[in-house]
Design a protein around this ligand. Structure first.
Ligand code: PXP
Length: 238
């Protein structure tokens, strides 16, 4: 079954808005796992406006599921991942000031660069994933870097889903088939929510993992964290 990795960046954003330690990010990670999350995702950015590098170190020892660190592979990020040794690292091409990730890698242009970094992480025993658009050529080049997985950028799916779900899912089914044909593991994420997740999951049943932050943490305000995580898991259960 597709695993649900909860991105807890938004918990850190809320904490940082006030200073102090409420809500407690470490406790949130413990509880997400207790409530059924199959993994925890963090996305430290250079300005540390959400998750801080120190949070990542503090969270590591309490992870009983799968820890996924995503981000742009700056020198500092690479150092962090090699020292924390999560189960998975997801490489994202977001520039330092970006509000959120808004595109996949151009794996053709950055092929040599990605291949080098992938080798470093795989050499350290960390599973790798590259964030890409659902584009056949980008997936082929990703595969040439020897990455273990790709993560499909689902924002365009989420946007079009509202008006034309069948059309929205089409490139993602093709991308998923391509990934499978190339022997790549498959993750997906961005703007997935309680409305669009089931349709994605039904159409791509062999997705390994989805990572969800913004909508899930927002839903938790109304439904509570435990209930919300269970609601998302039910979407993945078919
Ligand atoms: N996957 C990647 C690579 C991301 O950068 C993000 C956002 O940090 C997500 C998944 C989660 O997106 P959302 O917060 O919209 O669920």
């Amino acid at each position: 079954m597709t695993k649900l990795s909860v991105n807890i960046n938004k918990i850190a954003t809320l904490r940082n808005a006030r200073g102090g330690n409420i809500p407690d990010v470490r406790l949130a990670a413990i509880n997400c796992q207790r409530f059924g999350a199959d993994g925890i995702t963090v996305h430290p950015r250079p300005d540390e406006r959400h998750i801080r590098y120190s949070d990542v170190y503090e969270i590591r020892p309490i992870i009983t599921t799968e820890f996924n660190i995503e981000g742009y592979p700056s020198e500092k990020f690479i150092e962090l991942v090699l020292s924390v040794k999560p189960h998975q690292v997801t490489l994202v091409p977001d520039p330092p000031g970006a509000i959120t990730s808004n595109a996949g890698w151009d794996t053709r242009t950055h092929y040599s660069y990605l291949k080098e970094i992938i080798a470093v992480f795989r050499g350290a025993g960390v599973r790798t994933s590259i964030f890409v658009d659902p584009d056949q050529e980008m997936i082929e080049y990703a595969s040439l870097t020897a990455t273990d997985r790709i993560e499909l950028y689902t924002e365009p799916y989420a946007r079009m889903f509202k008006t034309d779900p069948a059309k929205a899912i089409e490139p993602y089914i093709m991308a998923a088939e391509k990934a499978r044909e190339l022997g790549l593991g498959l993750n997906a994420g961005h703007d997935l929510n309680l409305k669009n997740l089931k349709f994605l999951s039904k159409n791509i049943p062999y997705l390994d993992e989805v990572s969800i932050g913004h909508a899930l943490i927002s839903d938790a305000i109304y439904y509570g964290l435990e209930n919300t995580i269970q609601m998302y898991k039910r979407q993945l259960a078919g």
